[in-house]
Design a protein around this ligand. Structure first.
Ligand code: IDP
Ligand code: MG
Length: 151
């Protein structure tokens, strides 16, 4: 399986509820390697760029208001199959349809307060890493435990 990078956002509800590091820890414990981390209060421009695919949908205005409500954490995680692995750890978009043990199931109830974002595919991941880490370093580093996570 290919080594991939994916973009994770700890959304405002997770920040406000004190769940940010508990959520980050789930990705970390899975074996994914942190390549970049940033606390950022998104403005409408960056939020609009990130959620461009949803322009015109009924929930769009609420989504922009939600994601810009307070500082959030943007992270880049790296690992084999990292894009799908992160989505699996997050669970389905609707928390009531997310599998038990996933972040959205374990901490959420409503689709508009689903705590976490993860890129949908590798193209989106590259695009989103560029949006949130423009001009900022994404590190390529060898973790001493890599050989115990990646065969
Ligand atoms: P994803 O985050 O699982 O990729 P998308 O369908 O790409 O899900 O939607 C992006 C985000 O927009 C969701 O995570 C959620 O925060 C929000 N969203 C999607 N559909 C709705 C809705 O029907 N009501 C409110 N918010 C929504
Ligand atoms: Mg999506």
């Amino acid at each position: 399986m290919a080594l991939e990078r994916t973009l994770v956002l700890i959304k405002p509800d997770a920040m406000q509820r004190g769940l940010a590091f508990e959520i980050l820890q789930r990705f970390e414990r899975r074996g994914l390697k942190l390549a970049a981390l940033r606390l950022v209060h998104a403005d409408e421009a960056i939020a609009g760029e990130h959620y461009a695919e949803h322009v015109g949908k009924g929930f769009y205005d609420g989504l922009i208001k939600y994601i810009t409500a307070c500082p959030i954490i943007a992270a880049v995680f790296e690992g084999t199959g990292a894009v799908a692995a992160c989505r699996q750890t997050m669970g389905a978009t609707k928390p009531v349809e997310a599998a038990p043990g996933t972040i959205r199931h374990d901490f959420g109830l409503e689709i508009g307060r689903n705590l976490v974002h993860g890129s949908a595919n590798t193209d989106d991941a590259a695009r989103e890493v560029e949006i949130w880490f423009r001009g900022q370093p994404v590190l390529d580093w060898k973790r001493d435990t890599d050989g115990w996570v990646f065969e």
